[in-house]
Design a protein around this ligand. Structure first.
Ligand code: SIN
Ligand code: FE2
Length: 216
């Protein structure tokens, strides 16, 4: 697996519509990988990755931090966006220009003009971590799309329909791949299967994911 998806060999970029309003942009973030990984390092220095609690009291297997004007948080009180990091009481680190430029380019390519994300959730998956099927529905205005950027170890992304029980399609998300969903697919159920172990030249034994949203 990791030899095939090592990330050092150039990959052809290609765009695929995976649902109405949803596109998978293969390799779209590859040129920005250095800026993205450096940005994540700087953000995590100021706002360390942490495993948050769900309202039901489970500790999430994915470690998270945020940058931008609002950050997604969860605890026993519920899911929400917060302008400050509850761990430090300080505002989340600013969203680096390279993050914003990439999110805007990906959404423009997918047909969403002038997306201005104010929130970037950074998900860190170690082997064994997963994200169960969910909808992104804590944002104020559902007319704005979502952009997800994958770095490091490959993961299996599940993308379903508007109803929880709808069939899900599976896509291997590789280093540099981006997914944009919005419009008719904005509330589609999605998730990430348990991350398999591996060693990626860019991230080691990790997968990193950036999820951009218009939250507030
Ligand atoms: C998410 O749905 O917030 C994360 C998706 C991913 O890690 O690819
Ligand atoms: Fe999500």
């Amino acid at each position: 697996m990791t030899d095939l998806f090592g990330g050092n060999e150039p990959r052809q970029s290609a765009h695929q519509t995976i649902a109405p309003g949803a596109m998978l942009l293969r390799g779209f973030a590859l040129d920005d990988q250095r800026a993205l990984l450096d940005g994540i390092d700087r953000i995590a220095t100021a706002a360390p990755f942490r495993r948050m609690q769900t309202p039901g009291g489970h500790v999430m297997s994915v470690a998270m931090t945020n940058c931008g004007g609002a950050g997604w948080v969860t605890d026993r009180r519920g899911y929400r966006y917060s302008p400050t990091d509850p761990e430090t009481g300080r505002p989340w680190p600013a969203m680096p220009d390279a993050f914003l430029t990439l999110a805007r380019a990906a959404t423009a390519l997918a047909g969403y003009a002038d997306f201005r994300p104010d929130a970037c959730l950074i998900n860190r998956y170690a082997p064994g971590a997963r994200m169960s099927l969910h909808q992104d529905r804590d944002e104020r205005d559902m007319t704005r799309p979502i952009v997800s950027v994958s770095l490091g170890l490959p993961a299996t992304f599940q993308f379903g329909g508007l109803k929880r029980g709808d069939p899900v399609a599976k896509y291997a998300l590789l280093h540099g791949d981006c997914v944009v969903w919005g419009g008719p697919s904005r509330l589609c159920w999605h998730g990430v299967l348990t991350l398999k172990d591996g060693d990626h030249p860019a991230t080691g034994r990790l997968r990193l994911n950036l999820t951009f949203r218009g939250a507030m």
